[in-house]
Design a protein around this ligand. Structure first.
Ligand code: SAH
Length: 391
């Protein structure tokens, strides 16, 4: 097997357990480099680091799969996926969950969402893509699924020399399925929905709004499938208005409200949140609770500043629409904006909006998306509730 030797001076990150090795951390190699193949990695002093897959075309040249001298084969993937499932079951998940959360499950660049009997997978690097058949076989062994769908229509694959593609990896099944969450039902479009079709990462955050929304007039912006808004209506809100720029998302969100018998209280409209929140502030419209869940405003370090401005702007607008003593429920899903930076941004938005805020809760993604300290990209979601009062 091809061996990769690291430079004498490498980031402590690798020694501390991080699975990524950048191209400029490699000193020499011994053997043929076949993109996507498994290699053995050693420190400069020939001490064993682990085994992983290599792709010289990617900035992340090697992603480690194991720190042990074990065989990487079909059985390895079966075992890892089985461990990921046992972990979720221990945390109380049964029907729907992120079954594999990449690096946090020691399966770099692999995402698997379980929607009851259906599975949606993403293989986001060449090295993991090569094991797709093994991954599908493992899911079939463990779950006897009704279908496994690949949502590899993501640009990041191109950095690895992979094409964007989507489709069934098993005999075709339903592409619109219904899942249950917190006692409600949601339509999931695994073929054309965003990402894998449903944002499982906010599941426990959706429960967190329960005490705030009873009897409230609620506004939700960036609603997608309307999951937060349908929860708000279910938890006793007087009225819920959800807005999203995508007509398709709005149609799906309205269907989800109807599916749960909540269409009378919970309505969705296609609008640009930035424009409409500004206008409604001018019109002096007010809500008891405003919920914001914008998309990642940036995917690159160069544009963090722009993203922060976006978060500040939309949160400032959101706060201004909150009645005195009401609540702002706000999220950020980009890992490039750290929790500290996010809170600082909300604080600045409050100052500019001339509002006083008090933190009710601040948390991250649901437990099926474990966080590994030191692997920043595993700690990506910020979910904050603040009480908003006028100065
Ligand atoms: N809250 C959702 C996830 C939101 S994803 C959930 O829990 O499922 C972000 C959403 O923001 C997408 O649906 C996207 O269509 C929408 N969006 C992006 N830009 C927007 C804008 N300027 N105004 C309103 N919605 C926008």
């Amino acid at each position: 097997m091809t061996k990769v030797y690291l430079k004498r001076k490498i980031a402590t990150r690798i020694a501390n357990g991080h699975p990524w090795i950048y191209g400029n951390e490699i000193d020499t190699t011994d053997g043929d480099i076949v993109p996507g193949d498994i290699v053995e990695v050693y420190f400069y002093d020939k001490k064993f680091v682990g085994k992983g897959y290599i792709n010289p075309q990617s900035q992340i040249a090697v992603r480690l799969l194991t720190r042990r001298k074990e065989e990487i084969n079909d059985a390895f993937f079966l075992k890892r996926i089985q461990q990921a499932w046992q972990y979720r079951q221990r945390l109380g998940y049964s029907e729907n969950c992120r079954l594999v959360f990449g690096e946090a499950d020691y399966l770099p660049a692999l995402v698997i969402d379980k929607f009851n009997d259906y599975f949606v997978i993403q293989t986001l690097s060449l090295g993991i893509d090569k094991w797709k058949d093994a991954i599908v076989a493992a899911l079939e062994t463990l779950f006897k699924p009704k279908g496994i769908y690949e949502r590899n229509d993501v640009p990041v694959r191109e950095l690895e020399g992979l094409s964007q593609q989507k489709g069934w990896l098993t005999t075709p099944g339903e592409t619109e399925i219904i899942i249950r969450e917190n006692g409600l039902q949601f339509l999931v479009d695994i073929e054309n929905g965003q990402k894998t079709g449903f944002f499982l990462d906010q599941q426990h955050n959706r429960r967190a709004i329960q005490p705030l929304v009873k009897g409230a007039d609620v506004l939700g912006a960036f609603t997608y499938t309307g999951s937060f808004e349908v929860h708000a209506a279910h938890y006793g809100a007087k009225s819920v208005l959800g807005i999203d720029i995508s007509e398709q998302a709005v149609a799906q969100a309205n269907k989800n409200a109807a599916l749960n018998g909540l269409a009378d209280t919970c309505k969705f409209e296609a609008m640009n949140a930035f424009d409409v929140l500004k206008q409604w502030d001018k019109d002096n419209r007010k809500f008891d609770v405003v919920m914001l869940d914008p998309p990642a405003f940036t995917k690159s370090r160069e544009s963090i500043g722009k993203a922060v401005n976006g978060y500040k702007e939309i949160n400032l607008r959101g706060m201004k629409l909150v009645k005195n003593g009401g609540f702002l429920v706000t999220s950020s899903c980009t890992n490039l904006v750290s929790p500290e930076l996010f809170l600082q941004t909300i604080n600045e938005a409050a100052k500019d909006a001339k509002r006083k805020i008090r933190q009710v809760c601040f948390q991250s993604q649901s437990n099926d998306h474990p966080i590994i300290w030191g692997m920043e990209n595993t700690n990506y979601l910020k979910f904050l509730i603040v009480e908003v009062t006028t100065l």
